[in-house]
Design a protein around this ligand. Structure first.
Ligand SMILES: [Zn+2]
Length: 389
C-alpha cells in the first residue's frame, strides 16, 4: 500500500470519467494535466501548472493516464485448456457448451495449490494489461465441495467473487435436471453463499432455462447475494428480460437482443456487459454495441477470460475489438472498460479518477487512450497504480 502523496504530472491526456472535470464530457478529460494520490485515493486533479506539492512525483512525459480497467466478468479458476476445441472451431466446427465439461473434469482433478497458482498467473497477466479490479467466478466443479473450493481460490485472486454453480447441468444429472437445479439452489448455495458476493446463472440454450435460472437467482437473492446473468449469448433466450425483472447488476454477452430487451435495459439499473473476446474466439457474429448505446443502455466491456470461448487476459484487446467490431467509439469503449465495468459490479470507488475515487490508474506509453484501439496487439501499459506496488 502506498502511503503518503504521489503526484503524476506532465500527463498529455488524463481521463477521469468524472464529468465535473475538463471538457465536462462523460470522460472528464484534461490535457497537460496532473493528478495527486494520497493514501490510496485521488485527492486532486487539474492542470499540471497548478499541481500541489507531493512526497513523490512521476513525470509522465506527455503520455496518457486512464482509470484502471474493471474486468467485471472472468472465469480465472480452472485447470487444463481447450486448445483442441479451439482448433476444431478454426476448422469450421460450431461452438457447443459441451466443452465446459472438459474443463470441469480437468479442474476436479487438479489440486487446490495448482488451481491457485494458475489463477494467480492469469490475474497477474490481467494486471499487467491494466486491470486493477477483477471479478472471478466459480463454475468448473459443479459439486457442493468443489464449487466451495473454487470460491476459496477465487477470493485470493479476485476483487469480486461470483458463485456460478449453474454454469451447465453436469452429465450425471442429464436425466434429472430438476435435481441439479434443486442442488444448486439448496445445498450448494448454502455452502457457497458465505464465500461469494454474487450469484450468476448461464441462462441460454444448452445451459439453464429462464424458469430454472429464476428459481436459482431468487434463492440466491434471499441469501443476500447480488445477481448477474449470462444471457442471450447463443439465442434470444429470455436472459435479458429475466435479469432486468430480478434487478440483476449485469446481463452479460447480449449477443442476441430484441427491441423489447433494449427498451427494458435502457429503463433499468442493469448493465449490458459485452464480451467481444467470446465472439472473436468462437467465430460468432458480434452484437452491435452501437445499437445498445443508441437505445440508452449502460454498456460494460469485460474479457470473459475462460479456456473455452475467450482465453483473453487483455482489456486493451477487448477495447480494440469493441471499437472495430461492435461500433463503439474509442472513448465509449474506454468508458465501458472502466466506469461501465464498475457499474456492472455496483462499485462507486473504482473505474474513475475523480476526487475520492481509489488511486487505481494506468500510465500508458501513448499520448492518447484511443491508441489502445488504433495500435492493437501491442503492450502500451507503462505502469499500473493500484496500491499494491
Ligand atoms: Zn462467462
Amino acid at each position: 500500500v502506498i502511503v503518503g502523496s504521489h503526484l503524476l504530472t506532465n500527463i498529455g491526456e488524463l481521463t477521469t470519467n468524472d464529468p465535473t472535470f475538463g471538457d465536462y464530457s462523460a470522460l472528464g478529460r484534461l490535457h497537460d494535466a496532473a493528478i495527486c494520490f494520497e493514501d490510496g485515493y485521488v485527492v486532486w486533479a487539474g492542470p499540471a501548472g497548478a499541481a500541489p506539492a507531493a512526497d513523490e512525483a512521476t513525470d509522465c512525459a506527455g503520455a496518457a493516464v486512464v482509470p484502471g480497467f474493471v474486468d467485471s466478468h472472468t472465469h480465472l479458476v480452472f485447470a487444463g485448456d481447450r486448445l483442441a476445441e479451439f482448433t476444431a472451431r478454426a476448422a469450421g466446427q460450431p461452438y457447443d457448451t459441451g466443452g465446459i465439461m472438459d474443463t470441469v473434469t480437468a479442474t476436479r482433478a487438479a489440486s487446490s495449490t495448482e488451481l491457485a497458482e494458475q489463477a494467480r498467473r492469469r490475474r497477474a497477466a490481467l494486471r499487467r494489461s491494466g486491470a486493477t479490479t477483477v471479478e472471478v467466478k466459480s463454475g468448473y466443479e459443479l459439486t457442493v465441495e468443489g464449487e466451495r473450493r473454487l470460491l476459496e481460490v477465487a477470493a485470493h485472486v479476485g476483487d469480486e467473487v461470483t458463485f456460478l454453480g449453474a454454469h451447465v447441468v453436469p452429465p450425471d444429472y442429464a436425466t434429472d435436471r430438476e435435481a441439479y437445479v434443486e442442488l444448486v439452489a439448496g445445498e450448494m448455495l448454502e455452502a457457497c453463499a458465505p464465500l461469494a458476493g454474487w450469484a450468476d446463472v448461464f441462462c441460454d440454450r444448452g445451459a439453464f432455462t429462464v424458469g430454472e435460472a429464476r428459481f436459482i437467482l431468487e434463492r440466491a437473492r434471499e441469501r443476500g447475494l447480488g445477481l448477474r446473468v449470462h444471457g442471450n449469448q447463443r439465442d434470444d433466450s429470455g436472459g435479458v428480460e429475466l435479469a432486468v425483472e430480478l434487478g440483476a447488476a449485469s446481463v452479460d454477452h447480449c449477443s442476441h437482443v430484441n427491441d423489447g430487451d433494449l427498451e427494458m435495459l435502457a429503463a433499468s439499473m442493469t448493465v449490458a456487459t459485452l464480451l467481444p473476446g467470446a465472439e472473436f474466439s468462437t467465430g460468432s457474429s458480434y452484437p452491435s454495441g452501437r445499437r445498445l448505446l443508441d437505445a440508452g443502455v449502460t454498456v460494460a466491456l469485460a474479457t470473459d477470460c475462460n479456456p473455452g470461448t475467450s482465453y483473453v487476459t487483455s482489456m486493451p484487446f477487448v477495447i480494440a475489438l469493441a471499437v472495430r467490431e461492435m461500433g463503439l467509439s474509442p472513448d465509449e469503449a474506454l468508458w465501458a472498460a472502466t466506469r461501465g465495468g464498475a457499474r456492472a459490479l455496483r462499485r462507486n470507488d473504482v473505474g474513475w479518477l475523480g476526487v475520492g475515487a481509489r488511486a487505481h490508474a494506468v500510465l500508458l506509453e501513448v499520448p492518447a487512450a484511443a491508441h489502445l484501439a488504433y495500435q492493437p496487439g501491442s503492450d502500451h501499459v507503462a505502469r499500473v497504480f493500484d496500491g499494491a506496488s
